[in-house]
Design a protein around this ligand. Structure first.
Ligand SMILES: [Zn+2]
Length: 322
């Protein structure tokens, strides 16, 4: 992928593309953005630019250097991740500081990627600051973080900040279709809009998250009919993982409850789960459950505390039995 293929974020892409053409990309870059907005992807593009040996447009994606970078085996690209144990420890930063003054092995520049700096402690940031104050030649530092405000002002002021935003829904959907060519477009579009154009979150929904949320929705619906309140509470508590997942579970629950209603009314349904649930409760209760789920969908779209919300949902669903 080159910078033009990166989804949406047009102004930023233009700025970076111009810097690439003029060979004026900053030596220290902070990429900020929510989880799933493509920080790591952009970091990869910048790193490939720095090591590419092509005389024309960089990164070319074809030279030996680009190929090694794509395969993750380039000797001049070092990467450490704040989410892995010891990722951004002060000892690692000190090692980076001394390695930064060593000449590149084979590329025009050496690249140090410091990923997920959200929890990078102040001593480690201060150690990193020293190398930013006297930047070695032919070195590029790329930091990724949810918000640049999590880094010291002194680090921010010596770096260029690139802010990433979720993609336009249409663009996100078109891109996701290339990642999931076998999935129907309406499913992809739904995931793109549910995640607000966040490609990472949408991918998660389309792949494992979609199936996982469907299974949890079925378990919750079955438990409403035949489980204890405690069983149900344990299940509704599982939606607190994150907001996107909670919304997906509720959507699936709504779908199941409407299938249940079809079955209760003697209409055809392909869902065995729905037929089974519908056979165990009255139409009146089914209606009440559907109402609770609709209301829950609206509440989940706000900034509600998910832990309280899951308890409320459990109580409301069980209450429909009264
Ligand atoms: Zn290249």
């Amino acid at each position: 992928m080159n910078i033009h293929e990166f989804v949406s974020n047009f102004e930023l892409k233009n700025e970076i593309s111009e810097s690439m053409l003029n060979r004026t990309l900053p030596h220290a870059v902070i990429i900020e953005g929510a989880k799933g907005t493509g920080k790591r992807t952009l970091a990869g593009i910048l790193a490939r630019y720095a090591v590419c040996t092509s005389d024309s447009v960089r990164p070319c994606g074809l030279c030996n250097s680009c190929r090694k970078a794509i395969a993750g085996i380039h000797p001049d690209i070092f990467s450490t991740d704040g989410n892995s144990s010891g990722g951004l420890a002060i000892s690692v930063i000190r090692q980076i500081r001394s390695d930064a003054y060593i000449k590149p092995n084979e590329a025009p520049s050496r690249v140090f990627m410091l990923l997920n700096c959200d929890k990078m402690l102040q001593p480690a940031q201060n150690a990193f600051l020293k190398v930013l104050e006297e930047p070695p030649e032919n070195v590029m530092f790329i930091l990724t973080v949810t918000s640049a405000n999590m880094l010291l002002e002194t680090v921010r002021s010596r770096s260029r900040i690139y802010s990433l935003y979720p993609a336009e829904i249409d663009e996100a959907a078109a891109y996701l279709q290339t990642l999931f060519p076998d999935k129907p477009f309406d499913e992809i579009y739904k995931a793109a809009s549910k995640s607000g154009g966040n490609i990472g979150q949408a991918s998660y929904l389309i792949s494992s998250g979609g199936e996982e949320s469907r299974q949890l929705a079925e378990k919750i619906m079955r438990s409403v009919v035949s489980g204890t309140e405690y069983d149900l509470l344990l299940l509704t508590n599982e939606i607190t993982k994150d907001r996107i997942f909670a919304a997906a579970v509720l959507d699936n629950m709504l779908e199941i409850s409407s299938e249940c209603m079809r079955s209760a009314l003697g209409l055809k349904t392909d869902s065995d789960t729905a037929s089974e649930i519908a056979s165990k409760m009255t139409k009146k209760r089914l209606l009440a459950i559907t109402e609770v789920i609709s209301k829950a969908c609206g509440i989940a779209a706000t900034n509600v505390n998910l832990a309280f919300f899951s308890t409320w949902l459990c109580a409301q669903l069980k209450h429909t039995n009264c």
